[in-house]
Design a protein around this ligand. Structure first.
Ligand code: APR
Ligand code: PHB
Length: 399
């Protein structure tokens, strides 16, 4: 088998890249270890930045998103029993986010794959990358027990945090930056109407809580928990009690409880690997970086990476111009670090850290009080939350 670009992984990074390349007439094959059902079934965040929505539109895949997505022009912070709203649209000249589950995005991308000529090989196992520093790289894998090889010009590793892409880069080439947080998020999905028409991020003495949603009838809630917590110890009743306490009386007024149909604990991590290129291998999405979920930047960051990578690959094939590929790592990382900063900062503002003393706690409350009263501080949150420019299509990239 031969293609121009071998894409490893059919998560958001891999599938968006495959669609962008198909649209540009660049030949690509996606190799995914799992099945479509498995990939599509993973419950992840659901807040799309305006750039992600714009990209779905550019691909002509925004019909369902426009019909079913919930446009949020503001977001809310709760602390000390009270709640205040950040009017993102007013502070950013009209920008907003769209609540539309990652699972829905994946469904739209998978559904359109065949008609757009996006080729995906599922259940590609034991993947190995060869010849990355030469000019004839290849990907070896097995499918149904049969060994296969995909020859290509470039490899795009969109294979997530535990993939083979980053692991194929020699340790002395790669510089890794990491922060592991001393807590996780326990999240549930429930078929109940959301407590509020927009999201609420709450800082409480017991820890962080988030009220989110998937639709007007489906809610997503999270509470910060210790890393030693076990899911079996969290009955729905205990979870709802904790959400209500942490949101506080004002924010939790009208909270509708119901049985959860999904419940899981996820650890929080900040991580960046530099550079995002090694020879003919390019990293994109979680393969290169992880953000804590506070602010919902994970998928949006994967989208901005692959928008830049697709542009660079297209330039290479259309004009034999390597400048995009040469500049990809630096350009992507410039945006990655800003999203890392915001996600890290927003986590610090809203979570309870085990080593926090009384002074640190007062500083957190003082910062929340400052944000509440400051248009400048709210503007800084708003412009990050709706998403810094993705830098595609001639848009300035906020360097
Ligand atoms: N061979 C083939 N496929 C692989 C391999 C491998 N060795 N390793 C991983 N994969 C696949 C995974 O099965 C997964 O479907 O790569 C895909 C990576 O997808 P994600 O982990 O979702 O990563 P990414 O596309 O970068 O998504 C970024 O979306 O899923 C969220 O938390 C994620 O918010 C982040 C964003
Ligand atoms: C979600 O709805 O799952 C969600 C929303 C906002 C976040 C994180 C997760 O910051």
């Amino acid at each position: 088998m031969r293609t121009q670009v071998a894409i490893i992984g059919a998560g958001p990074a891999g599938l968006f890249l495959a669609h962008l390349l198909a649209r540009a007439g660049v030949d690509a094959v996606v190799l995914e270890r799992r099945t479509r059902d498995y990939v599509e079934g993973r419950v992840r965040a659901g807040v799309l930045e305006q750039g992600t929505v714009a990209l779905m539109e550019r691909l002509g895949l925004d019909a369902r998103l426009r019909a079913e997505g919930l446009v949020h022009t503001g977001t809310n912070l709760a602390y000390d029993g009270e709640i205040f709203r950040i009017d993102m649209a007013a502070l950013t000249g009209g920008s907003a986010v769209t609540v539309y589950g990652q699972q829905e995005v994946m469904r739209d991308l998978f559904d359109a794959a065949e008609s757009r000529g996006v080729r995906i090989v599922f259940e590609a196992e034991d993947l190995r990358l060869d010849g990355l520093t030469g000019d004839r790289p290849s990907v070896a894998f097995t499918r149904n027990g049969v060994a296969q090889s995909l020859a290509c010009d470039f490899v795009a590793a969109c294979d997530g945090f535990h993939g083979v892409g980053r692991a194929s880069i020699p340790a002395d080439v790669l510089k890794v930056y990491e922060r592991v947080y001393p807590f996780g998020w326990l999240g549930i999905l429930a078929e109940v109407p959301p407590v509020n028409h927009e999201l609420i991020y709450a800082n409480h003495a017991h820890g962080f809580a988030l009220a989110s949603m998937r639709s007007p009838t489906r809610s997503r809630y999270y509470v910060q928990v210790g890393l030693d917590e076990r899911i079996e110890d969290w009955s729905d009743e205990r979870f709802w009690d904790e959400v209500e306490t942490r949101l506080g009386p004002q924010a939790s007024a009208g909270l509708v409880r119901g049985p959860s149909f999904e419940k899981s604990i996820a650890p929080l991590r900040s991580f960046v690997a530099e550079p995002m290129r090694y020879g003919r291998l390019f990293l994109a999405g979680d393969a290169a970086h992880i953000v804590p979920p506070t602010g919902a930047k994970g998928m949006n960051l994967a989208v901005s990476d692959v928008a830049m990578l697709a542009e660079a690959l297209t330039l290479h094939y259309a004009e034999r111009d390597a400048s995009g590929l040469d500049g990809y790592s630096a350009r992507a990382l410039a945006r990655v670090w800003k999203a890392e900063r915001f996600s890290w900062w927003f986590t610090g503002l809203t979570h309870r850290f085990p080593d926090m003393d009384a002074f640190a706690r007062r500083m957190q409350v003082a910062e929340l009080a400052y944000i509440r009263g400051s248009k400048a501080a709210q503007t800084a949150i708003a412009e990050n939350y709706v998403g810094l420019p993705m830098g595609f299509g001639g848009e300035p990239s906020n360097r």
